[in-house]
Design a binder for this molecule. Sequence first.
Ligand SMILES: N[C@@H](CCC(=O)N[C@@H](CS)C(=O)NCC(=O)O)C(=O)O
Length: 341
Amino acid sequence: MASDAPVVLFHYGRSPFSSRVLSYLALRGISYDQCIQPQILPRPDLARLGIRYRRIPLLAIGRDVYLDSPMILQRLERLEAEKPSFASQTTPEQRGVERLLASFTLDTGLFLNIVKVLLPTTPLISNEAFLKDRADMVGGGPNLNFADLVQATRPDAIVAVKNAIQFLETTLLADGRQWLAKTESPSLADIESVWSLSWLFSTPGAVPEDHISAQVFPKVFAWVDRFQKAFAAAEKSLKKINTLSGEQVAELLSNAASDHTKDVIEENDPLVQATGLHKGQLVQLWPTDSGSRHKTVGKLVGLTSKEITIETTEGEVSVRVHAPRKGFYVNALGPEKANLS
Ligand SMILES: N[C@@H](CCC(=O)N[C@@H](CS)C(=O)NCC(=O)O)C(=O)O
C-alpha cells in the first residue's frame, strides 16, 4: 500500500543530484509534487521552513524534510509504494555492487571532474551571478576566480572522467549485461552510477569527443541511453506532477503528519558522549564539504550513527530536518548565535 503523506521535491531543472531522486521516484512509481527553486540564492521557500541548507535537492515526506541525495534515497527505500523497494529485489552481492558504485560516483571526485569538463562549455561560465554564488558555496573567499580555476583544471579532468568511463566499459558492462548489477530492470546500482555521466552526455557540446565517444565506449553510451529511455517510460506512468509555490508547500507541510521512527538520541554515540548533546537542545546543522556557512538551526530530536534529526525553529513553519551523519555536523548553538548566514 502506498503512503499517503505528501511527497514534495525541491529542485531545479538539470540539477544532476536531483536527477538521482527523479530517477528513483519514477522507477519505483512514486508520485510527487515539486517546488522549483532558483539556481542561486536566495531561496525564500526554504527560509520559510527555517532551512538554511543551501544545496539541492531536498525532499519532504509529510512534515519531514530530507537533505542530501543519499539520505533521500535511503528514506525512499523505506517508503511504501506501488513497487517494492530495490533492496527487497536484490541479493546481498548486488547490494554490495550498488554501495561500491555509490561510493565510486560520490566519494572519488568524479562529479567534480565532470563539472570541470562540462562547465566551460556552457553559458554559465560567463554568468557573473552564478560564478559568484558558487565561489561562495565552495568557500574560496572573495578573490577566488571560479571560472579560471575550472578552465585550468579541465585537461586533467577529461583524463579522470575518461578513466572512470573506461572502468565501467571494461568491468561490469564488459559481459554485455543490460544493467550494472545484472538485474532484469534498472536497479539502485544504475541510479547511483548513471546520473553524472548522463548529465555530461546530455549537455550540448560538453563531451570532448576526441577522448570520450560512443565509438570508444559503446557499452557505456548504450547503457546511459537505455537508462534514459527506461526513466522516461517510467516517468510517463506517474500521476501528473503538480508544481507548488513555497507558500503552498508551507501550508501543506504545516498540516502534515511526521515520522517519529528515528527520534532517538544514541547515548553511547561518541559525539553525544564527548559533547553531551541531548534531546530538545538548540543546535545547528551543516554539511562539511561545501555550503558549510549555511547552518540550519533547530532543536535536536534524533542522533544515531546514520542520521541527525532537528526540528527547525527559525521559519514560519517548523519542519523536521533529517541529514546523514556522513558529511554533516551538528553542534550546540551557544547564546552568541554568531556567524549564521
Ligand atoms: N551531497 C549533496 C550534493 C548536492 C549538490 O551539490 N547539489 C548541487 C545542485 S545539483 C547544488 O546544490 N548546487 C548549489 C546550489 O544549487 O545551491 C547531495 O547528494 O544532495
